[in-house]
Design a protein around this ligand. Structure first.
Ligand SMILES: NC(=O)c1ccc[n+]([C@@H]2O[C@H](COP(=O)([O-])OP(=O)(O)OC[C@H]3O[C@@H](n4cnc5c(N)ncnc54)[C@H](O)[C@@H]3O)[C@@H](O)[C@H]2O)c1
Length: 439
């Protein structure tokens, strides 16, 4: 079995490395020549825990290859995955499908035997059918079938998610395609992973429905947390009390600064747009999108209020810039909304992130980037914890206070937007502690 994966980004690289770990011959193709050159030299262009080991092992074993030329690998493959980006289209929130369609055109001319062309990118309903039309028009001779196989991995735990997923969803309309995809995922079937086979539009929609539901859960607890602040309740207590109900479940009930990342923001927008187009608006998701923007703005207000008179010219230490820990991905991170708004109000920012700084520099050139958390806190009027990397979970608070500037009442300002610390313990340690939904 040979597989080609078009697009060597977070999804393409992880999928390629994991399929090759299953013993399959995999070629990852990307049109970013610099990315491919780095991969061929053994450098990993993204930060994803464990990915380097997997890539090194399978490249050395001769099962994993990287190239910018798709002709040869496509000719030899039984299955070709499209894993290119589907970012938000400027202006209307729809998914921008130009990379998917371009990949389909490029694949088409090189199909030489029966090939399944699988959309792994997150795409709106009907896209795989459009991919089929493009292939048919470009190469009327091609013997192929299209399929949809949405990816559910999470950055930061992508290898584990790919190797032990909760489920695999396969959308097919031809028995030959189903048989090939079942054999690709056979190692997961052996560990009893549910393999859900549906028609193509069902598979396409399942991915959006799952992401929109998770975004809704986060937004729900964020709004409940805001209500907790008004009534003096503790959002963690509420979340625990809700989550112990097995119909609800405890996951994704952690209040914070609003969801971000390369998927939820664009996928909720794209789903809302598709639903409206089909005359069946998903108003719940529309409300989630609005509420999530408001949550990020609320964080700005929270920090500004906490700084009070000291706002103008204040120095704020920001710990964590990526949209979540264990990734270097800055796409749609809450930091990209919150920090420019603070700068606009006269704040200076000293920031540290374990992996996100190279990418953050491109989006946020006005920050003063520091070498670690303690360096970021030097001379700061406030600390803002924005992404809960493990190394920020057990900070030496005495060391931080030793270099911070206290408020007039002698307390040190700590805005914990991920609720990592225990409010009472922080107060006892001499902080003015601000969390999310903590009374
Ligand atoms: N990142 C995630 O956590 C995640 C999870 C599940 C699903 N997805 C979905 O998977 C898709 C890919 O996401 P990603 O985060 O891996 O994107 P990415 O931006 O990291 O990677 C996409 C890659 O495709 C390459 N590319 C674009 N057009 C190409 C072409 N014609 N030929 C060859 N290469 C091409 C780009 O150079 C880039 O390296 C998206 O649809 C996304 O919504 C992402």
């Amino acid at each position: 079995m040979r597989i080609t994966i078009i697009g060597a980004g977070y999804v393409g690289l992880v999928s390629g490395a994991c399929f090759s770990e299953f013993g399959v011959d995999v070629t990852c193709v990307d049109n970013d020549a610099d990315k491919i050159a780095r991969l061929q030299r053994g450098e990993i262009p993204i930060f994803e825990p464990g990915l380097n080991i997997l890539i090194e092992r399978n490249s050395s074993a001769g099962r994993l290859h990287f190239t910018t030329h798709l002709a040869e690998p496509v000719r030899q493959s039984e299955v070709v995955f499209i894993a290119v980006g589907t970012p938000e289209r400027r202006g209307d929130g729809a998914a921008d499908l130009r990379y998917v369609f371009e990949a389909a055109r490029q694949i088409a001319s090189h199909i030489k035997k029966f090939t399944v062309v699988v959309t792994k990118s997150t795409v709106p309903v009907g896209t795989s059918t459009q991919v089929a039309e493009i292939i048919r028009t470009t190469n009327p001779e091609a013997d192929f079938a299209v399929a949809s196989n949405p990816e559910f991995l999470r950055e930061g735990s992508a290898i584990e998610d790919f190797m032990r997923p909760d489920r695999v969803v396969i959308g097919v309309e031809e028995a030959r395609a189903e048989a090939l995809l079942r054999s690709v995922y056979r190692p997961l079937y052996l560990i009893e992973t549910p393999i859900l086979v549906t028609n193509i539009v069902t598979a396409e929609l399942t991915k959006y429905a799952a992401n929109a539901f998770l975004a809704t859960k986060i937004t729900f607890i964020n709004q409940i947390a805001n209500l907790c602040e008004a009534v003096g309740a503790d959002a963690h207590g509420v979340a625990k009390g809700m989550g112990l109900d097995r119909r609800i479940g405890g996951k994704f009930l952690h209040p914070g600064p609003g969801y971000g990342g390369s998927c939820f923001p664009k996928d909720t927008l794209a789903l809302a747009r598709t639903a409206t187009q089909y005359g069946e608006p998903v108003t719940v998701v529309e409300a989630v999108i609005t509420a999530n923007e408001a949550q990020k703005q609320r964080m700005v207000t929270k920090i500004v209020r906490a700084l009070g008179d000291r706002l103008q010219g204040a120095t704020v230490a920001v710990l964590g810039l990526t949209f979540k820990p264990n990734t270097d991905d800055m796409r749609d991170a809450p930091a990209l909304t919150i920090l420019p708004a603070l700068i606009q109000q006269g704040v200076r920012i000293q920031a540290f992130d374990p992996e996100g700084i190279p990418s953050a520099r491109r989006h946020l050139p006005d920050l003063d980037y520091r070498t670690d958390a303690y360096d970021a806190c030097q001379g700061a009027d406030a600390v803002v914890l924005l992404a809960e990397w493990n190394q920020f979970r057990n900070l030496d608070m005495a060391r931080i206070q030793a270099t911070m500037r206290p408020r007039e009442d002698g307390l040190y300002l700590f805005c914990d937007l991920r609720n990592v610390y225990v409010p009472e313990a922080m107060r006892q340690a001499g902080f003015h502690y601000v969390g999310v939904g903590r009374g």
